[in-house]
Each structure stands twice: as C-alpha cells, then as structure tokens.
Design a protein around this ligand. Structure first.
Ligand code: TXA
Ligand code: MG
Length: 322
C-alpha cells in the first residue's frame, strides 16, 4: 500500500506489518522494534544475514533513555548532531528492543519530519536500509517501488532522502569512541566540532557484524582512477569495439559508465559531479542505474581530499571489493 498517510502506516506497524519509509539519509524498511517476529521478516525480505543487527529509529532522546544507557558523551553527540545522520551504539537497559542477541543497540533520530511523525505514532522502528542485501541503498521512490511493491505491507510517500548516503555509526558502548561506519557525517566533522578523538578500527566487523559482508556492489566491474579516462581510452584498454555510447543497440558490446568531476565526452550512462557532496549524493543512484542498464565496466574517479572523502572512499572500496 502506497500512501501519504503516516496514520495508516503506524497502524500497519502496530499490527506487525513491514513498511518502507524515507529518512534524510536513505529509505528504510521497518518493523516495530518491540516485535521480534516482524523484525525477523525484514531479514527474509532483504535476504539479510541473520547476524547483522538493525538500527532502531526514535522520535526523540527521551524515548531512547527508556531503552538504553545514554552516557554523557552520547548526550553531547545527540545535542550536536541529532536529529540527523548519526547512529550511536549504546548499551541496552532492558530486553524490549530487537537486538540480534547483542548487549547493545544502534539508535538514531532521523532528521525527517514524516519519518519522526510515523515513529511517534507507532513506537521505535527497527529499520535497515531498504535494498536487497549487498546492493547500494535506495534513495529514490521509483527504485523502492520497482523492488519492493507487493513484498511489504506499506510504503510511505514523503520527502525523498537528501543525503543519499547512510548515517555514520559510532560505538559508544566501550571506553573509546569507535567509528564503525563513516557516513554523511565524517570523522573529521565529529573530531573538529567536539574535540574528541574517534578511533577507526582495522577490522570493524569484530564489533559490527554487518561490516564483514559485501556492500553496495553493482554487477559491473568497478575501476577507481585518479583522473577519468576517456571512453576511447577505456575501450582500447579493455579491448572493446568502439561506437557504444548510450544510444548503442548492439548488445554484444560491453557498456561503460563513469562517475567523476571531469569529462569532456559525456555519454548517457555517465554521471558528472561537481564536488564531494554532490559525489556522495549521486553515488548510489549511479551504481543502481548501472545495474539497470547492464553496465559492465564502471570507472569512478577518486574524490577530492576534504569533507566526505573518507565516506566516498569507503563506499567505493566496498563496492569494488570482491
Ligand atoms: O542511514 C541509515 O543508517 C539507514 C537509515 C534507514 O536509517 N539505515 C541503515 O541501516 O543504513 P543498515 O542496517 O543498512 O546499517 C546498519 C549498520 C550495519 O552495518 C550494522 O552492522 C550496524 O549498523 N549495527 C547495527 N546495530 C549494531 C550494534 N548493536 N553494534 C554494532 N553495529 C551495529
Ligand atoms: Mg544497509
């Protein structure tokens, strides 16, 4: 059911249903966090590995305090970045939220009015990104409808995600502050705004089970390059016959797509971006469109140094790993 009514969707959630809703980062596929059976259905729909815990979405801080131990540092971080694209891993106070058997839960307050209204009517919502496991997160309603129509009990039509990249995940359940996933807020922003040190682990999967799985990967092969080669250079490097811009009808020719800052010969499949923010916001949709148009060779330009570079690098590395 495709609707603008948060009231309808809240009642679907309360009855154990699964709904898709936009947040300021990406679309989420959610169930009531206090309903284990409903949460488990999300795993089946997404084909998500069963040991990968879900982020629980709240409407406000006082609700989080009912379920989790909110340390003084967590309060500072929430004051600075919430509502917003920051997820904190906190110790549980009780067992009423779905937590995948862990002693911690990841929580966040989305900066999205309709999403928060839905949460305040229904209760805390456990929601991973709405995409088949391993694929880029969805940022556009057209992609959500194509993949999930008929598979979920409701879809909220509201303001589309603006960051188009998942939230940053910080672990506050240990002595040090640990960055588990960089996102729309990167480590530098947290360190400079708050003057705290954020640790980055070599192997975050030890704490965050989801990090060990392949992520964001399109079907085509990704090449990362400092400067984008021209189509002709790519064709000769990969020994591809020429004449296969976006309008090619020859199915035997492998298709190329590029994303980056500078291109003089832009094809229908290419995405030109103007800065790192634009790159971050465009990356997932670009990768998803590559799959839709059966792109086989994908060139991604290295991001500029500075804001969002870490996040773009993280996603490029994960999307290109095998
Ligand atoms: O922006 C976002 O965060 C989106 C929107 C829908 O809120 N959600 C999202 O969820 O990206 P998901 O499931 O795709 O990513 C959640 C990440 C996973 O890598 C998971 O392993 C980690 O958070 N995580 C969740 N609970 C955890 C916990 N208790 N301890 C450590 N990591 C946890
Ligand atoms: Mg995800």
């Amino acid at each position: 059911m495709f609707t603008e009514s948060v009231e309808k969707l809240a009642s679907i959630l309360k009855n154990g249903g699964i709904v898709i809703f936009p947040t300021e980062t990406v679309y989420g596929i959610g169930a009531l966090a206090t309903n284990t059976e409903a949460c488990l259905r999300i795993y089946a729909i997404k084909n998500r590995p069963s040991d990968n815990p879900l982020i629980i979405h709240f409407a406000d801080k006082s609700e989080i305090e009912k379920y989790c131990e909110v340390s003084s540092l967590a309060k500072v971080l929430f004051n600075e970045f919430s509502p917003g694209p920051l997820t904190l891993v906190l110790k549980k106070k009780n067992d009423s939220l779905f937590s995948c058997g862990l002693s911690t839960v990841a929580v966040r307050i989305p900066d999205h009015i309709e999403a928060r209204k839905l949460i305040s009517l229904a209760g805390p919502i456990a929601a991973p990104s709405a995409n088949p496991s391993g694929k880029p997160s969805y940022t556009k309603m057209e992609d959500v409808l194509e993949e999930f129509s008929g598979k979920v009990d409701g879809i909220l039509r509201a303001t589309e995600p603006s960051y188009s990249m998942e939230s940053t995940v910080l672990d506050l359940s240990q002595e040090k502050v640990i960055l588990l996933r960089t996102g729309s807020i990167d480590r530098r922003m947290i360190e400079t705004r708050l003057g705290i040190q954020v640790e980055v682990l070599e192997s975050p999967e030890i704490i965050s089970p989801g990090m060990k799985y392949r992520h964001y990967a399109p079907n085509g092969k990704i090449f990362i390059s400092k400067i984008l080669p021209s189509i002709q250079e790519i064709q000769s490097k990969h020994k591809i016959a020429s004449n296969h811009f976006g309008n090619s009808s020859d199915k035997s020719i492998s298709k190329i797509a590029r994303i980056g800052f500078g291109m003089s010969d832009v094809s229908n499949f290419d995405k030109m971006v103007f800065n790192n923010l634009d790159y971050m916001k465009s990356l997932y949709k670009f990768l998803l469109d590559c799959d839709k148009t059966n792109i086989e060779i994908i060139y991604c330009q290295e991001p500029y140094d500075g804001e969002f570079a870490d996040t773009i690098w993280d996603r490029l590395n994960k999307a290109s790993s095998t």
